[in-house]
Design a protein around this ligand. Sequence first.
Ligand code: NAD
Length: 506
Amino acid sequence: MKDFAINTAIDFDLPAPFMGRHLIAGAWVESAETFERLSPSHGVVVSVSAAGDADVTEQAIHAARQAFDSGEWSRASGKDRAAVLLKVADLIEANVDRIAVQETLESGKPISQSRGEVGGAADLWRYAASLARTSHGDSHNTLGSDMLGVVLKEPIGVVSIITPWNFPFWILSQKLPFALAAGCAVVVKPSEMTPSSTVMMGELLIEAGLPAGVCNIVLGHGQPVGSLMANHDAVDMVTFTGSTAVGKLITQSASNTLKKVALELGGKNPQVICPDADLDSAADAVTFGVYFNVGQCCNSSSRIIVHEDIADDFVARVVALSRKVKFGDPLDPDTQVGAIVTSDHNIKIDSYVQEALANGAKLELGGKALAVGGLVDQFYQPTVLSNVSADMAIAREEVFGPVLVVLTYRDLEEAIALVNDSEYGLSAGIWSENVHTCLEFARRVEAGTVWTNTWMDGFPELAFGGVKQSGQGREIGRYGYDEFLEVKSLVMRVGRSREPWVQQGV
Ligand code: NAD
């Protein structure tokens, strides 16, 4: 029996490296300094980007501030804003292939998943367009015969958007259309590892007719670009997706001006497998949950908590499925798991696995780097570890790779305690045919999203975000949109019935 399903390199004419520039006040801007991105799977330069510095970041923030204050977008009607967002959605769909290939070349993720990510993002833009037209505040007509109260919702102002490398186009689309729908002006900084799809988005925004300066893009690193975007006094809000460690730095930088901070951070997301579960479906979902996006996913179901009576059977099912998952060339449309984003990260993944083995974990599958013919040696074997205890680093920290750890439980109380014994609280899932078990679990676990008998389904209508050290604030849905709005109370007297405070003639 062969060990793993491996797709070796396919013939593919790699495009010339994408040349990325900043977008400031509607103009493309070069920098004397540039930085390159090597494809994790093919080892060649796939993009060359302008390297932002403090000056260019200042210019971008200034352009956003001016655009916001001009009112051209911030005071435009919802109908006009929605028209631009809908046009962007159409343009995304017309450009899926070009954007998806670049995203795969920079991130190493399978092309089928890049296409899904880019094409699927169009729906986020359409949903945000619907909110631009339908959002409203409140009126209070019960304050007394001479009083009328109105709660207005207004755009919060200039927003800094800082994104990671693992879903560059999707995460940008979880933030940008909602900020624009609300009337904000923005400065965006994509990850230095995957800058190009954000630049391509800039091209689409111009084509769709977004006024100059409403969306500015600065390419570059956390220092100095990201940190200036987080602490600048002309910025009203920073929305960040990335690691918990950087999220804490952003909070510190932002405290300087007390600007609003929204954070989408890491997770150590558990799926609980009950004895009465549909084990075929659960095993398939666990396999998907841990290998999707090469396991480099904030929602990765990287730990499963299985009832001890079915643990051996369930692990055997997951191992059998893991051998069938297709690893290899991310440009092959048939590939399900691609390359690890950097060689350093591959080494970090392996160090978690080796440390767990040294501490008594049992290797059920994988456990080392994987060679894929014709490609860079930057893949990691599908890996399953059992006999893992809840105090091991591999059970508590985000490994961010194709590595699954298995813990066991005896009753639901213990399972819920294990779920909640985490610094993180992004998502959690349960597999059971008993609706009471599912509801009990859903109400008691500490997580921003709970899935019952499914994993990683998401919709633009539903809020997304985490509790504890997985973040603060929400994205998408009406709650995510509201993050980009300020609330103002308007109090109006009707008529002249008020008793004077100062008595006349006394
Ligand atoms: P990262 O924190 O290293 O970088 C994210 C972004 O922050 C990049 O653009 C980076 O250049 C920038 N940055 C770095 N230092 C900065 C600083 N001091 N100030 C401002 N910006 C700075 O994260 P990553 O490695 O790109 O992404 C992986 C992490 O993102 C994982 O922890 C993952 O769980 C998390 N993530 C969370 C979600 C979610 O929605 N909860 C989604 C995707 C990824």
